[in-house]
Design a protein around this ligand. Structure first.
Ligand SMILES: [Mn+2]
Length: 347
């Protein structure tokens, strides 16, 4: 079999980590990003590297969202953070030296120290989490990496995704972690970014690095954070329901001010309550001081609206039945009228 083309950049990334005495790791704020950073943390401890860790500004995807380390470091690492090549280049300029990357997003980022099999044409199913890339493409496998990788895969693609990684699934089972525990652990660690709480993100990563998934499950602070976020979803849904108005045929518009970054969780619930039709949520997220537009349908394919928004210059994303975009305008005015027009047109 031919050696895959990502082998050499991935091996180089791992070798540079081993050789460095100071490393700054910037990782995504979700379960995969946290588990990936914890795997790297365990690895660096073994090699006696001194490392600092940080997440980008939560909700931001650009070089600007990534703060440089306070002191110069030997290596600057980006983990599970799928920003495009031109943004990576800007970070490279700041750090003075090329950035090391471990990722599985279709970012198109390649080259020395850029370990991302997807950028080299590999399939997404094989690389369902950045943690899998770190362990299986770069060979970074410190003690206990499997259960961390299992959490990462669960966080990104759920239990079905984990079933495509039988070795991780059985390692998790051996550690006493069933789907229920992995689901709860993912919910706990993800409540940190939903609460826009950086200290919580830090604590979650430390727990994972020190004691693994079970340490997270036993952490009272994380449990309390999760309960708060959960209550804010309930409150947000209530507030949104009381603002419901008809915005077009089969389109219901909701508004809410949210004290946590739970736009998609609230939008998903509204769509379920609505049943058929399209639920459109305009939300102001207080801790982030930003507006978001989110649309979801149980029965209609609405992805054409993503293209309409993008054509109008908005950075929308989504899936077949989900459309979402951070808004540039207060109240999402421009974004909302573009979305409603697109939804009404293709009825
Ligand atoms: Mn990921």
């Amino acid at each position: 079999m031919e050696t895959p083309s990502y082998t050499s950049p991935c091996a180089e990334a791992a070798a540079r980590l081993r050789a460095a005495s100071t490393v700054h790791v910037v990782h995504h704020w979700d379960a995969d990003g946290l588990a990936s950073a914890a795997i790297i943390e365990r690895y660096l401890r073994k090699w006696k590297g001194r490392a600092t860790y940080a997440v980008p500004e939560i909700g931001g995807y650009s070089a600007k969202a990534v703060r440089p380390p306070p002191q110069p470091v030997d290596e600057f690492v980006l983990v599970d953070y799928g920003i495009p090549p031109e943004e990576v280049a800007k970070i490279g300029e700041v750090s003075g030296k090329g950035v090391i990357i471990f990722d599985h997003h279709a970012s198109g980022v390649r080259g020395e120290g850029k370990c991302n099999p997807i950028s080299y044409g590999d399939g997404w199913e094989d690389w369902s989490a950045a943690a899998v890339v770190i362990a299986e493409a770069a060979g970074i496998r410190p003690e206990g990496w499997e259960e961390l990788a299992a959490l990462a895969v669960y966080g990104d693609v759920g239990f079905e995704g984990l079933m495509r990684k039988p070795h991780l699934l059985s390692a998790a089972f051996r550690a006493g972690l069933r789907a229920e525990e992995l689901e709860r652990a993912a919910r706990y660690v993800n409540s940190c970014y939903r609460a826009v709480d950086y200290a919580c993100v830090e604590a979650a990563r430390e727990e994972l690095a020190e004691g693994g998934v079970w340490a997270v499950l036993r952490d009272g602070y994380l449990a309390a954070r999760e309960a708060e976020v959960c209550a804010e979803v309930d409150r947000g849904v209530d507030e949104a329901l009381s603002s419901a108005e008809i915005a077009g045929e089969g389109i219901t518009l909701y508004r809410a001010r949210l004290r946590a970054y739970v736009v998609s969780a609230v939008g998903r619930r509204l769509s379920k309550v609505l049943g058929n039709g399209v639920a459109v949520l305009v939300a102001y997220v207080e801790p982030m001081k930003r507006w978001y537009l989110y649309a979801r349908s149980q029965n209609r394919i609405i992805k054409d609206a993503i293209h309409a928004l993008r054509n109008a210059g908005y950075g929308a994303g989504g899936k077949d039945k989900v459309v979402s975009t951070p808004c540039v305008e207060e109240g999402c005015r421009g974004e909302l009228s573009t979305l409603i027009r697109a939804l009404t047109r293709d009825l």
